[in-house]
Write a protein that binds this ligand. Sequence first.
Ligand code: HEM
Length: 452
Amino acid sequence: METTATSALPVPLHPGLPMLGNTLAFLRNPLGTLHTLQRQHDRLVHLRIGGRHQYLVLRPEDVKYVIQENHRNYGRSPAFEILKIFLGNGLLTSDGDFWRRQRRLAQPAFHRQRLAALTMTMIAETASWIDELEQHRNKQSINMSQAFMDVTMRIVCKTLFSSDTTGKLDGLSNALDTLNYLANKKMLNPLRFPYSWPTPDNIRSKRARAQVDSFIYGVIDQRRHHQEDKDDLLGMLLSAEDEDTGEKMSDQQLRDECVTLFSAGHETTAVSMAWTIYLLSQHPDVLVRLQTESREVLCNEPMPSPDKFRSLTYTLQVVQESLRLYPPAWIMSRRAHNPDHIGPYTIPAGDTALISPYLLHRDPTNWPDPDRFDPDRFVAGGLKDQLHSYAYLPFGGGPRLCIGNQFALMEMQILLGMLARSFDFKSVANQRIIPKPLITLRPSQAIYINLL
Ligand code: HEM
């Protein structure tokens, strides 16, 4: 950035406890602590969490510098080592040249034309899910958090492995869910036993892993040996070839990428949908506009075409505003390979830069009345378009931008559009929902809704 090493200053240290630094504050109330830091500091603040030095980056232009302009200096932080136990060395956890090659190989699977084929699967799955929801109309409230977990799981399984696996998907979904749950638990537990120890959780997770592996390797084997060509994500990964070497992915790499796409792609979307439905149940005026749009555009067609969903502009604004208030990836971290300078400050080598989309999205200097739910912030040419591009980053940015961002936005537009076309939803009285920052930013309790 603009300074030289001679003018470099240490980043202002936020006061904390002897030895523990800011660890307890972060464990007890991560979001409240982030807000305090934003109020008290201007650009960067030095924290000591879990015995490590971490630097919270507060300004969008500095975030852009870390994750885009000087991204080569910043790798995966140690937190990703735990995820590796579950996900292997896939796109989310890998780094350096290996990551670059995998990203090049996987990227075409998410191109616009490919997405159109996957969109048809999303629409079909959503249509049958909506039919199942009919039985809850005018009945007892339904746990929408769980309902969204189920449907996003079905969508990701079908788009990855096609429908030839029907009947086997339930076992796979449960095993993947168990892995996801145990990864969350391990990440958040400061008392971690090594994976080789036979603790009940380790035994459970090894069993689930073996189940997932046997399923995925079975499908890969079937495809390779029977020369089956399928128009799903696995099919695209199987045929992807390195431009320079002509090499394809090994079975192990395919396995790791499949588990990664599943894990990165399903919980995030389900959690965002649960937040969105909650926000709508609290804002009837927004719900009415949303319903009007979906009924006008989608009419009564049982399976509207993908183009119809692209015309749901207000629906997209609702999704974007929900992702602003409750970004599932509420915090991201990067480890500096070499010392770096941000403005007048130094980031030492080996330390971690922290970036919080949650905080950036609620910065009152950029977002007036930041806690208010107002989808009109995202109208074309409106507030969002006038802000720094890194003031809003639910999908991250730079070369490690979420590979599934268009997939996720389309999926959410389809789910929300078809749901709003069919139902009215009312929240159950006295549900006090607050954000709970686990690996993803979840609602503090399951969201129950009456479908009318
Ligand atoms: C609302 C839904 C989603 C949100 C909010 C989200 C958010 C993110 C964010 C913030 C990152 C960057 C993390 C970092 O830089 O440290 C990321 C990476 C990633 N996401 Fe998503 N994601 C979503 C849905 C999906 C879907 C549907 C898929 C796949 C089908 C997916 C696959 C991935 C993968 C593979 C990466 C790693 C990319 C890389 O490092 O090359 N995500 N996601």
